[in-house]
Write a protein that binds this ligand. Structure first.
Ligand code: ATP
Length: 515
């Protein structure tokens, strides 16, 4: 755990020191859970967005995009259920005056029991060596089964109480489990209350004529209200999808995990419209396809796992998270939800407009069912960034900090460095920049010794450093230094574009999804 906390601290300071993420309005001491992306962060974020967009829209002829407004007609949020049900159960500690999400306190308690299971597994793995069968052990060991039973009964009781709005029982559960304020150890809790997460604002100049509107808490509704417009104008046939990336806003109760839980964040969502009755099949399909997208980035299959929801949201008939191994443990990165016809039916009812699809094969109209994939861009950023940040011990006894980003996502694809700031080397280096910049984001650096410049590029994740030296003047070759291996190779200038292109092409990376 200490190692994980250290890693998280390192992530925070590296993100700031190397120009990835800053606290919003930092000169005024910041705004809680709101962040700005800096010069390198904005590139990484854009590349992740593009990697998603290409995989979802460009590679699927039956998926198209939209870019809906953040402000929507307020009835949207009545229809979607957000006005009445987009709540988190909050609880205050009377002694520390700290506020918590009651469900998160209970889930963290269960995560601790899970930690005990993992310890048992590790102990047994050591004892049995190669003969160890983890699945069998977990399914039969009485102590592990006892722990698992306890987790299951706690979570299902919580799910039931939340579903029945029995907040008194949620508090009782916290008391029965002896859950204390993680910061102070106090068990002096208030009642559990519901808290609506939507940010409200006003449209209109004067108080009398103004209308209460909301900053959208999810991008999905902008897709649903445009369903028929897109279907008709695009002549889309079911099954088809509509994708969108954009800002969403939630007044989160507890926001202490950097860009994991923000009050203003960005989502990348796709709503897939299908024939009723086929939702199970499509739900499984999108679970598989989304996991393959994650795995294509090569960040380690062990770092992902599915978590099937016990407590379903008001709109869902099945839901799973793809969880990622963040520096603070496995947490939700993406959700895949089978939303039935809930949203479109609700919008039909509230707007009085038909939102149906005429199926020529069936020769009838119906309200389509929907399977949604919804990922937080900022969470994906944090997953990639924290997973890539490595302190590496070198043969000469020193260490280097290197950000081993998947090259396809790196802010700069290549840094061009003249070995010295004279003898015509800066000129030739700049000529290389002039050529490469049409295809790749490049960086020119002539300050300090070349070793130091390499380290600077390592720290921001640039996969290639290209150094022009005196030999370059004679034979038009340069040294290419690889970020991950630090190997160096002599390459003709004319081959640079193809060489870099191969390593960073979205095509080569996304093709892995099909493998
Ligand atoms: P959580 O349980 O962590 O609050 P959620 O289940 O409410 O998340 P969804 O409504 O399913 O999240 O939203 C889809 C995705 O949007 C999440 O998987 C996550 O990646 C992202 N997301 C949600 N809330 C935030 C937030 N406050 N900050 C950053 N990303 C978020």
């Amino acid at each position: 755990m200490a190692g994980q906390e250290d890693q998280f601290k390192k992530v925070l300071s590296h993100a700031k020191e190397y120009g990835f993420v800053f606290q919003s309005s930092e000169i005024y001491d910041g705004l809680s859970a709101v962040y700005d992306y800096a010069q390198h962060g904005v590139e990484l974020k854009k590349n992740i967005r593009e990697y998603w967009w290409k995989a979802m829209v460009q590679l699927h002829e039956n998926i198209v995009g939209v870019d809906a407004a953040i402000l929507m007609h307020p009835t949207t949020w009545k229809a979607s259920g957000h006005v009445d049900a987009f709540n988190d159960p909050l609880i205050d500690n009377k002694d520390s005056k700290k506020r918590y999400r009651a469900d998160v306190l209970i889930e963290d308690y269960c995560a601790k029991i899970e930690g005990k299971i993992n310890k048992e597994v590790a102990k047994a793995a050591k004892r049995f060596g190669d003969a160890f069968d983890k699945d069998q052990f977990v399914a039969t060991n009485p102590r592990v089964l006892g722990y698992q039973d306890k987790i299951n009964s706690i979570l299902s009781r919580m799910a039931k109480s939340l579903e029945n709005e029995d907040l008194a029982d949620v508090k009782l559960l916290i008391e029965e489990l002896g859950i204390a304020d993680p910061l102070t150890g106090s068990k002096n809790w208030t009642e559990v209350k519901q808290f609506n997460l939507m940010f409200g604002t006003q449209i209109g100049a004067s108080a009398e004529n103004s209308t209460q509107v909301y900053l959208r808490p999810e991008t999905a509704q902008g897709i649903f209200v445009n369903f028929l417009n897109v279907q008709k104008t695009g002549r889309m046939k079911i099954p088809f999808g509509i994708a969108q990336t954009g800002k969403a806003f939630r007044n989160e109760i507890v926001a202490r995990q950097f860009i994991f839980r923000m009050r203003e964040f960005e989502q990348m969502e796709m709503q897939f419209f299908i024939k009723p009755g086929t939702q199970k099949e499509w739900y499984e399909h999108w679970k598989k396809e989304r996991l393959a997208w994650h795995l294509s980035l090569g960040m380690g299959a062990d770092n992902y796992r599915f978590h099937d929801h016990e407590k379903l949201a008001h709109y869902a008939d099945a839901a799973a998270d793809i969880e990622f191994n963040f520096p603070f443990g496995f947490k939700e990165l993406e959700g895949i939800h089978s939303r039935t016809d809930f949203d479109l039916s609700q919008h039909e009812q509230y707007s009085g407009k038909k939102l149906q699809y005429f199926d020529p094969q069936e020769n009838k109209s119906y309200v389509p069912y929907v399977v949604e994939t919804s990922i937080g861009l900022d969470r994906m950023f944090l997953a990639v960034f924290s997973n890539s940040l490595i302190d590496e011990a070198l043969d000469n006894g020193t260490t280097r900090t290197v950000l081993k980003l998947p090259p396809v996502l790196a802010p700069y694809k290549a840094a061009i460095l003249p070995l010295v700031k004279k003898d015509g080397l800066p000129e030739i280096a700049k000529e290389i920049v002039e050529d490469l910049k049409w295809d790749f984001n490049t960086f020119y650096d002539e300050k300090d010794a070349v070793g130091k410049r390499y380290r600077r590029q390592d720290a921001i994740g640039t996969p290639f450093c290209i150094t022009a030296d005196h030999q370059t003047l004679e034979d038009q070759t340069v040294t290419v230094r690889y970020r991950d291996t630090m190997d160096q190779q002599r390459v003709p200038i004319t081959e640079l574009r193809a060489m870099i292109g191969k390593e960073v092409s979205v095509r080569n990376w996304l093709k892995k999804i099909q493998e």
